[in-house]
Design a protein around this ligand. Structure first.
Ligand code: G3H
Ligand code: 13P
Ligand code: ZN
Length: 310
């Protein structure tokens, strides 16, 4: 099946009480690890590409790798999504370049500017059969090397006006998740504002909600990284049961990047420490790819609930 948009995926996820995983891709091993897991589990999937990924791997390489995955995984729907597009131009470039979904992230802009550009992106995207995600509120954490210390939770009173005026197809909201591997301070009780999520979903019935910053930062990866010479003290993520709860409601897309980075780093560090004579990249990238696949398989079954839904 060719690349798809997220429209059908989200409709089924909303009514089925599960969420689709949106995993960031930056190289071949990541694309393979994710899609092999999804193919085996018969799970729909969103492969997402950030501005940084395009800079690192080049748009054409990324597109061709995703096309290869589509060919290798004939049984599952795959969407190709631009993550955190910060201008009309980058969204247009991805729409013209074969993406089926784009995020226009105007969350750092003032409200009217966010509405104006999101609407412009929607008009262009919809004319080309592409869907659009936008964001209201701001996440704490690291995004494109910029660190924000405080959450600005989404104001539920704005969501209806925003969706009506822009025509976006899905909306990312800020309820306490954050980008990166340090989402809560040590000793702090992880909490999400489920009251905001509930309020938003009442105001936007049947409308797909997106959660960014939703890595769980599995502690076995953190321990492995640290025990093999890494330095990631106090890395903490979103508890899996909270993501499961969100997925059962209006949240249809859950973004995961940091857990991929951690899975790879833990596997590569372990390999180097236990096989010091190895120098063929295939020797350490193979376990890294397997670690991504195992981590994604766990998410599909135990967190997102989208296994068997393709
Ligand atoms: O939300 C940010 C994603 O984790 C992408 O990160 O911009 O470093 O590729 P990146
Ligand atoms: P994490 O840093 O929690 O993996 O979030 C990724 C993300 O939101 C990508 O847009
Ligand atoms: Zn994000």
């Amino acid at each position: 099946m060719p690349l798809v948009t997220t429209t059908e995926m989200f409709k089924k996820a909303y009514h089925g009480g599960y969420a689709v995983g949106a995993f960031n891709v930056n190289n071949m091993e990541i694309v393979q690890g994710i899609t092999e897991a999804c193919q085996e589990q018969k799970a729909p999937v969103i492969l997402q590409v950030s501005k940084g990924a395009r800079k690192y791997a080049n748009h054409t390489y990324l597109i061709k790798m995703v096309e290869a995955a589509v060919q290798e995984c004939p049984d599952i729907p795959i969407a190709l999504h631009l993550d955190h597009g910060d201008s009309f131009d980058i969204c247009k470039s991805c729409i013209d370049g074969g993406f089926t979904s784009v995020m226009f992230d105007g969350s750092h802009m003032d409200y009217e500017e966010n509405v104006k550009i999101a609407k412009q992106v929607v008009e262009y995207a919809h004319a080309h059969g592409v869907v659009v995600e936008a964001e209201l509120g701001q996440l704490a954490g690291v995004e494109d090397d910029v660190k924000a210390d405080d959450h600005q939770f989404t104001d539920p009173a704005q969501v209806q006006d925003f969706v009506e005026r822009t025509g976006v197809d899905s909306l990312a909201i800020a309820i306490g998740t954050s980008h990166g591997a340090y989402k809560f301070k040590p000793g702090q009780k992880p909490q999400l504002r489920f009251d905001i999520l509930e309020d938003v979903s009442k105001r936007l019935p049947e409308f797909p909600i997106v959660l960014h910053g939703s890595s769980s930062v599995p502690q076995d990866f953190v321990k492995k990284v640290n025990s093999y010479g890494g330095a990631m003290p106090d890395a903490i993520g979103i508890p899996e049961e909270m993501l499961r709860q969100a997925a059962e409601g209006a949240v249809c897309k859950i973004n995961i990047d940091s857990d991929i980075r951690l899975a790879i780093t833990a596997a590569v560090r372990e390999h180097f420490a236990t096989h010091p004579a190895d120098f063929d990249p295939r020797q350490y990238l193979k376990p890294a790819r397997q670690a991504v696949k195992d981590m994604v398989t766990h998410k599909l079954i135990n967190v997102l609930g989208c296994n068997g839904k393709a």
